[in-house]
Design a protein around this ligand. Structure first.
Ligand code: PLP
Length: 401
């Protein structure tokens, strides 16, 4: 045991909010209304968003989960319709599916991108499948060519969950433009944040014209009046959220550049370390590193994954063992089918036969058992990352079999 940790300085933290946010908030308090509809901050957010994402129809809303729920609602699922989702994601990816009486169908992942495995997605398509949700995990773009081809061949919608992938590029183009509809999050922990917020957006006019209604009680703000034809929640953004989110997006290029650089620096520094499997990025793609997940090759270390992560922490490396504790289908809410007061209407009424207790996604399960998640942020410097690399290499060689 070394006495002094190899990473002998505190984790560098970016100053996330400052003059740009303050200027927008100051302008905002002079307004006569903080309501999003026709609000200048919300209009500015839409304009700034479109600078980065060329999507004609966009609805800024209260969270990434709200954005995903609006996307699902806009597809007008029938009870029991299935949406294929990855086994590792945020609850926000599946909440809206369940509230719309749809059925999340979990598919397994590719072992090194940690994203949907198109071959497994294909196996899970049934006559009830309506959509595939491509979650760009940690900021690494999914195989959108393969998933898009599957969606096309089976007449499915392709939803892109870009919550973790601000700034990421699939084959040179920003994520969110290839699928039918895209969702983004501004929650506290994402690349850019206003505390909580989200955007759902599309270039498909058939989906796009309804987005604001699906997130605003199905009120028609354009024509005016209240005569809702559908059941829809209130997921409106507010002007304070929009003001901060707009300022944040003006920094997106710099934040992304810092994270891409840091992630690639880790891969370059750790490449070739025996027993470590580093995240794989498809040629032509840009991973925007919301976090950096590496895997320990089974049987290569004298330590368990948790001991390995503890040793990294002792050397000053900001990390956690794994990511979410278990695949989403193993959460108690799924194991007990406890969605509506202990019941699940679509199952109770025989509309679906889904039983989450029988779902298995072995690759996802393995990733969560042997993965180690390293913190990445845009404030990390070359000297800091050099120490992180040295510490990880040192721990790996100390515990090598
Ligand atoms: C954060 C996140 C969401 C949900 O976003 P919120 O703004 O927290 O509701 C959805 N999907 C993924 C993959 C996420 O990481």
């Amino acid at each position: 045991m070394s006495t002094k940790p190899i990473v002998d300085e505190p984790l560098p933290l970016p100053q996330r909010w400052g003059e740009a946010e303050l200027a927008r908030l100051t302008a905002m308090v002079g307004q006569s209304s903080l309501f999003y509809w026709k609000g200048p901050q919300t209009a500015a957010l839409l304009a700034e968003f479109r600078q980065h994402y060329a999507l004609a129809h966009a609805f800024p809303c209260s969270s990434g989960s709200a954005a995903l729920h609006v996307a699902i609602a806009a597809l007008r699922l029938q009870p029991g319709d299935e949406v294929i989702v990855p086994a590792i994601t945020d609850m926000g990816s599946v909440i809206g599916i369940l509230y719309q009486q749809g059925v999340p169908v979990f598919a397994d992942l590719e072992p090194h991108t940690y994203n949907l495995d198109p071959a497994d997605v294909r196996r899970r398509i049934t006559p009830k499948t309506r959509a595939i949700m491509a979650v760009h995990l940690a900021g690494n773009p999914c195989d959108l060519a393969a998933l898009g081809a599957l969606a096309k061949a089976h007449h499915l919608a392709l939803i892109e969950d870009c919550a973790q992938a601000w700034g990421a590029r699939w084959q040179g183009q920003p994520v969110g433009l290839h699928g039918d509809i895209a969702c983004y999050s501004f929650n506290e922990f994402k690349h850019v944040s206003c505390g909580d917020g989200g955007i759902v957006a599309t270039n498909d006019a058939r989906l796009g014209t309804g987005l604001s209604k699906w997130g605003d009680k199905y009120y028609d703000r354009v024509a005016g009046g209240r005569d809702p034809e559908e059941l829809a929640p209130n997921y409106r953004i507010t002007e304070p959220q929009a003001a901060v989110a707009t300022a944040q997006l003006t920094k997106l290029a710099a934040i992304t550049a810092g994270r891409v650089w840091a992630g690639e620096r880790l891969t370059a520094g750790l490449a070739g370390t025996p027993g470590l499997q580093l995240p794989a990025v498809r040629p032509g793609d840009t991973h925007s590193y919301w976090f950096y997940l590496l895997r320990l090759e089974p049987g290569r270390f004298k330590a368990t994954r948790d001991e390995f992560a503890a040793a990294l922490l002792a050397e000053g490396v900001a990390c956690t063992p794994g990511y979410i504790p278990r695949p989403v289908y193993q959460y108690p809410v799924f194991q007990n089918h406890n969605f509506f007061g202990g019941r699940w209407p679509v199952r109770d009424f025989g509309v679906t036969a889904m039983d989450y207790r029988t779902v298995r996604c072995p690759v996802a399960e393995a990733i969560l058992q042997d993965g180690v998640k390293l913190t990445v942020n845009e404030a990390m410097t070359e000297p800091y990352l050099a120490k992180v690399v040295a510490a990880v290499r040192q721990v790996a060689s100390r515990w090598a079999k």
